[in-house]
Design a protein around this ligand. Structure first.
Ligand SMILES: [Zn+2]
Length: 301
């Protein structure tokens, strides 16, 4: 199976998963567990008029374009969340395995099923569900100003699974398994080693947010943000989590300032922080090495 067809299949499979992700997000209630299966039962309906959606309206993306983003019955606008989450999930399912394939130089540039060892597919699958979890955190925090505890716990468990795969197959296959910043890890980390960098990431990421939490008396950051920073520190390690925090503060600062100038928010309003942290970690994961290289090139290094 040629690479392009495999990538396209992953993308379309991801879009289908994305539409279930929308259901999971929509039916989330802060007082109930995110992973309750009962929540996924029952047909979806229009938020405005309550009409049950027909099968054809449940086709991802195509239905949104076909209906021009409006409910067929009451003509109220459908949220852009639906097509966006679907497309991003498709991009995660296709992009993450493709990225890891090139990052670890697996299967010599060829990319399709059964071209690599089982642990590569396991690793790719774990990173795909991490990214899917990050997308869910992004949207739920934006809508509810909350980061669900069960997602943070989920990140910790998957993080331990990822570390154990990287640990077991280290010698032959995972150059730069310490960090997605590749050789720049030598510049930013006093330790060199998978476990040392994950423990340092866990401690540094989490404690930094914990200090912010207490310094701002819980007004700047929520406890959910603190737990998320601990989890991301373990998942991505040091210095990756450090770079993602810097990116998230730059993005958060620019965004808050823009909202403030536009008069949309006052300084007292809360801005959910997890979306910035998720964007920062995603930028570090995919482009961290290139970003640091670009930054150093500004100083002729
Ligand atoms: Zn409607």
């Amino acid at each position: 199976m040629p690479t392009t067809i495999f990538v396209a299949l992953l993308f379309f499979f991801g879009i289908a998963v994305g539409s279930f992700t929308n259901v999971l997000i929509d039916r989330y209630k802060p007082e109930k567990s995110l992973f309750s299966l009962k929540r996924l039962r029952g047909r979806s309906h229009c938020d405005s008029c309550g009409r049950t959606l027909s099968a054809i309206e449940l086709i991802p993306i195509a239905s949104f374009i076909f209906l021009r983003g409006k409910c067929r019955e009451c003509k109220s606008r459908l949220s852009f969340q639906y097509p966006l989450v679907e497309v991003v999930t498709g991009a995660i399912f296709a992009g993450v395995p493709l990225f890891l394939n090139s990052f670890y130089n697996i299967s010599g540039g060829r990319f399709f099923l059964f071209a690599a060892e089982w642990w590569y597919y396991a690793l790719a699958a774990f990173w795909v569900i991490v990214c899917l979890g990050l997308l869910i955190v992004f949207v739920i925090d934006l809508k509810h100003y909350i980061v669900p505890d069960e997602l943070n716990l989920f990140f910790i468990i998957v993080g331990i699974l990822i570390i154990s795969i990287l640990w077991n197959f280290r010698d032959s296959v995972f150059p730069f398994r310490e960090s997605f910043l590749k050789n720049y890890v030598l510049v930013f980390s006093p330790f060199l080693g998978l476990l040392a960098n994950r423990i340092l990431g866990f401690a540094a990421g989490g404690l930094f947010f914990l200090i912010l939490f207490f310094a701002s008396r819980g007004r700047g950051m929520g406890m959910g943000d603190v737990k998320l920073a601990f989890a991301l520190g373990l998942l991505f390690g040091w210095p990756d989590v450090g770079l993602s925090i810097i990116i998230s503060f730059i993005l958060g600062g620019v965004f808050s300032l823009a909202l403030f100038i536009a008069g949309a928010k006052t300084m007292k309003d809360r801005v959910p922080f997890a979306p910035f942290l998720v964007t920062g970690i995603a930028a570090t994961f995919f482009f961290g090495h290139a970003l640091i290289g670009w930054y150093f090139s500004l100083f002729g290094m």
